[in-house]
Design a protein around this ligand. Structure first.
Ligand code: OOG
Ligand code: MG
Length: 261
């Protein structure tokens, strides 16, 4: 079946622009393949580039064992990180810019050189990493009830919306990424705790999977990219006046607040 890539990429971009949820694409195309879904994702990003946005890196999603079990999948998803999604330090976010946003803690890699798969290992990623930082990602699936199949979220750029990066940049050789602890607090309550190993055993392994995935699509990780390795814990829904805070071992804290009204 031929998929109308142009139509479905506009469908999702319009949902973002109108802050209105839409039916999952798989409701219309139950057998949407992941390959078609990445084509829709790429087409939507190309349209964003035409409006002056810029790709600053990539993100992984569904890299924690918990999230994969929840979705019944055994592979991560990959999306683009756009310059327009970067949150300035400290400014509260406005909920009316989103549909039903959630936030989640992320380990963030800064990559110093091009990495071209296939065959990339976690060690190759460590060798190419210039810094590791903590982060918080705001995700906002454009689909009704935040409910979707794997191919839907791929088409939807894996729910990417915004991200805030911590200011403490640490040399990767000073870290044991699998043991890197994170305490996630919302409004002062601990909602979850995790270590880096929550991400398929090793966050660097996840970034290696990204490089190998990109190779399948004729692309590579670029020098200077920022890469989010995937949520360490379940995402938490944002409400007016939410204060979320991710405290990381070695990487400091990253905070996010929402406007009260
Ligand atoms: C898909 C992407 C989630 C992550 O870090 O797992 C994601 C979703 O659950 O909306 O960004
Ligand atoms: Mg994420």
């Amino acid at each position: 079946m031929t998929i109308d890539i142009d139509y479905w990429s506009d469908y999702l971009l319009d949902a973002v622009a109108n802050r209105s949820e839409v039916a999952a694409i798989t409701k219309s195309i139950p057998d949407l393949t992941t390959s078609d879904a990445y084509d829709i994702q790429d087409a939507a990003v190309d349209k964003r580039l035409e409006t002056g946005d810029r790709i600053i890196g990539a993100k992984l999603g569904l890299t924690s064992n918990a999230k994969q079990k929840q979705m019944g999948v055994d592979e991560p998803v990959y999306g683009w990180l756009m310059e327009s999604g970067r949150l300035a330090p400290e400014t509260p976010i406005r909920l009316d810019e989103f549909i039903h946003p959630r936030c989640e803690p992320e380990i963030v890699f800064t990559i110093g050189e091009d990495i071209e798969g296939p065959g990339i290992s976690a060690g190759d990623i460590i060798d190419a990493t210039t810094a590791v930082t903590g982060g918080i990602e705001v995700i906002d699936a454009r689909y009704e009830r935040f409910s979707f199949q794997l191919a839907d979220t791929i088409a939807d750029n894996t729910s990417a919306a915004r991200y805030r990066l911590g200011t403490k940049r640490v040399d990767v050789t000073d870290l044991d990424l699998a043991l890197l602890g994170c305490v996630f607090k919302v409004n002062g309550d601990i909602t979850a705790t995790a270590a880096g190993a929550a991400l398929l055993g090793d966050p660097a392994h996840c970034v290696a999977m990204l490089a190998n995935h990109l190779a399948d699509r004729g692309r590579k990780i670029g020098a200077g990219w920022t890469v989010l390795a995937g949520a360490l814990t379940d995402a938490v829904q944002l409400a007016p006046g939410t204060h979320a805070r991710a405290d990381y071992a070695h990487l400091g804290s990253v905070e996010l607040t929402t406007e009260k009204d």
